[in-house]
Design a binder for this molecule. Structure first.
Ligand code: SF4
Ligand code: SF4
Ligand code: FES
Length: 233
């Protein structure tokens, strides 16, 4: 197999080819590890868990954003590139700084009420998909408004926010909603790329619709053409 890797070093990209003998259908991470261990120890990429849990190994595989550890490949040629829309650091490693800063600004953590509030199975069901998010950032890497540099919190941030926003045990309520207006949820164009590429099936666009509907209902943002009545707030 010929593996073509777009590498980044000191402000410029280069492309390097590696020829490997491959058996079966290895994962992209196995191929990268083989190159690093057997051919080129200078190749940099990021990975930890090897099991779709840590969210650190996102790369572009033949032009599509994927987790390297859960993407199996075969054939004669493979192209690997750093993900789009993130500052490259070295080779396939990109910065997650902006992603984490956004989460911090949006206070995506849980703020418990003083009184005890019971969580029902139906409350849990509402957020179970969003809890699967591993913060790999792929949804942001394929999100047109973010890639165009528009003001927008991004699908990963809204997925994390949704979990606490609809949790009856969270005490920030109105304060959280008001803060949310800074993240311009209305700039989502509902293209569903995030849903399509999320490796954990978290469906970010679905939660963005819920958040947008809540903000419209409360009068914090203007209603667009779409009707959010079906959300039942
Ligand atoms: S649906 Fe919205 S958040 Fe998801 S990729 Fe499209 S614009 Fe971005
Ligand atoms: S929602 Fe999916 S694609 Fe986005 S950061 Fe979480 S796991 Fe990754
Ligand atoms: S190595 Fe952890 S998600 Fe791929």
């Amino acid at each position: 197999m010929r593996v073509r890797i777009k590498r980044y070093l000191e402000g410029r990209f280069t492309t390097q080819d590696y020829d490997l003998k491959i058996e079966g259908k290895p994962t992209v991470l196995e191929i990268l590890t083989k190159i690093k261990e057997e051919i080129d120890p200078t190749l940099s990429f990021r990975a930890m868990c090897r099991a779709s849990i840590c969210g650190t190994c996102a790369v572009k595989v033949n032009g599509e954003h994927r987790l390297a550890c859960n993407t199996r490949v075969e054939g004669e040629e493979l192209t690997l590139e750093p993900v789009d829309g993130s500052q490259p650091i070295r080779d396939l490693v990109v910065s997650h700084e902006e992603l984490y800063l956004g989460l911090k600004r949006a206070k995506v953590w849980f703020n418990p009420r003083e009184e005890n509030v019971k969580l029902t199975p139906s409350d849990l069901k509402k957020t179970e998909k969003a809890w699967d998010c591993i913060l790999c950032g792929i949804c942001n890497n394929v999100c047109p408004p973010l890639l165009e540099g528009r003001e927008f919190g991004g699908p990963s941030l809204f997925t994390k926010l949704y979990r606490v926003l609809v949790d009856p045990r969270d005490g920030l309520d109105e304060e959280r909603l008001k803060e949310l207006t800074h993240f311009r949820v209305e700039n989502c164009i509902h293209c569903s790329s995030c849903n399509l590429y999320c490796p954990k099936g978290c469906m970010p666009e679905k939660w963005i619709r819920v958040i947008e509907g809540k903000l419209i209902q409360k009068g914090y943002i203007q209603k667009k053409d779409e009707d959010f009545g079906f959300l039942g707030f």
